[in-house]
Design a protein around this ligand. Structure first.
Ligand SMILES: [Zn+2]
Length: 410
């Protein structure tokens, strides 16, 4: 180890619990670059054990390892054994090679205008941003996914070669738009399907990817779209989870997964039928209830009135019932109330003859709702209001008789 940094200052030693940055004369750790995340792993000798959490390029090009001292004592000049997390690196390599196959598959399906606009290659997933105006259809996504999997099944060897940039261009290697390249470049090829300039880590053969599955595709800005995808074990786990989910849904609907679409269509039709039936029953119930209400009409002097509370009906049903009662009784003042979710609905209706005598539904409903801590109003023949104190509904309805005597509602 040749350089040791702690809290932005060079130091000559570090102890357990310290977070340090260090530079080694040689390292197998990949420093984050080109969308590929850094390797993680361990540095150790008989005196010290360090967990490597990140690796970045220092300004002079050396790899700067960020580490936590897990145990022991570290001194400048110590020799350390480097061990990257191999399982994570293999997963990263699969995902990186997948982005190259995906890049070419996107060009094949959507057109040669597609250019990589960014990427993120980690052990657990990959993300690929690309330039494309307009939507990508489900059919196109299926094609893209199928092509990448075909290239996996074709077991294409993945090779890396350094060559002069002119030679790479002649091969048709895909370069990143706006990226500056040196005279000699690194060319990564998957068979003769994908040829890209790239400094990252790859599998030796596309077969190692095992499986490729798209997770999502969306627009992330003007003319830029993003694909998220999985390979290998992560892809299998995701597809298997979807399979198990479909199985669980099918079991709860008492069919096999194959029968799900038919079963769901059937259920949706059943819901429609039940809704129709429910509406018909509610209407029947409403007219039966109206019949009962007709009987409850009382008189104050020569003015007939109905003031009743009705359970489980909404404002529209209340209005329909008030209209019904007006039509049937010809000369009546109707005040109906219902309670829904702790709120009181009021509807008041006045027949024409009583409007001529000066009664006003809007004024009646306003007074009644005020008793329940609410307000409202409306036309002389029909008005509605709301209240906040359901416990006072009875008092409010009892007040209707007095209100009829008062000039206030005339
Ligand atoms: Zn690459």
């Amino acid at each position: 180890m040749i350089t040791l940094v702690k809290d932005n200052a060079t130091v000559d030693h570090a102890v357990e619990g310290d977070t340090v940055q260090l530079i080694l004369d040689r390292t197998p750790f990949y420093a984050e670059m080109g969308g590929q995340v850094a390797d993680t792993g361990e540095l150790s000798n008989s005196d010290v054990k360090l967990a490597v959490t990140d690796v970045q390029h220092a300004p002079n090009g050396q790899n700067l390892h960020t580490c936590v001292v897990k145990q022991g004592h570290l001194a400048i000049g110590d020799s350390l054994n480097a061990q990257i997390d191999v399982k994570a690196r293999l997963a990263i390599q699969k995902n990186h090679t997948a982005t190259h196959l995906l890049d070419q598959a996107l060009k094949d399906v959507l057109g040669s205008h597609v250019n990589q606009a960014g990427s993120y290659v980690a052990a657990d997933r990959l993300r690929f941003d690309f330039s494309h105006y307009g939507q990508v259809t489900d059919e196109e996504l299926q094609q893209i996914e199928a092509i990448v999997n075909e290239k996996i099944w074709e077991q294409l060897p993945v090779t890396t070669k350094e060559m002069p940039i002119d030679e790479a261009k002649k091969l048709g290697a895909v370069a990143l738009f706006g990226e500056k390249y040196g005279k000699v470049v690194r060319v990564v090829s998957a068979g003769d399907y994908s040829i890209e300039l790239c400094g990252g880590c790859h599998v030796a053969n596309t077969a190692e990817l095992g499986l490729f599955t798209l997770v999502s595709e969306s627009g992330i800005g003007a003319g830029t779209r993003r694909i998220e995808a999985l390979t290998g074990e992560a892809a299998f786990k995701r597809l298997n989870a979807v399979k198990l989910q479909a199985k669980a849904i099918a079991t709860s609907l008492k069919v096999t997964p194959d029968q799900l679409p038919e079963r769901i269509d059937g259920l949706q039709q059943q819901i429609k039928d039940l809704e129709k039936e429910n509406t018909a029953l509610m209407n029947k119930l409403g007219s039966a209830k109206t019949g009962e209400l007709e009987q409850s009409a009382k008189k104050n002097g020569d003015v007939a009135y109905i003031a009743e509370k009705i359970d489980s009906v909404d404002m529209n049903q209340l209005r329909a019932m008030a209209d019904d009662l007006k039509n049937k009784l010809k000369s009546v003042i109707v005040v109906l109330a219902s309670v829904e979710d702790g709120k009181v609905h009021f509807v008041a209706g006045v027949t024409k003859d009583l409007i001529q005598k000066g009664f006003h539904a809007g004024k009646i409903v306003k007074e009644v709702a005020a008793i329940c801590g609410g307000g409202g109003g409306g036309r002389p023949d029909m008005a509605q209001a709301g209240g906040k104190q359901p416990e006072k509904v009875r008092d409010a309805l009892d007040a209707v008789s007095d209100l009829i005597e008062k000039a206030a509602v005339r």
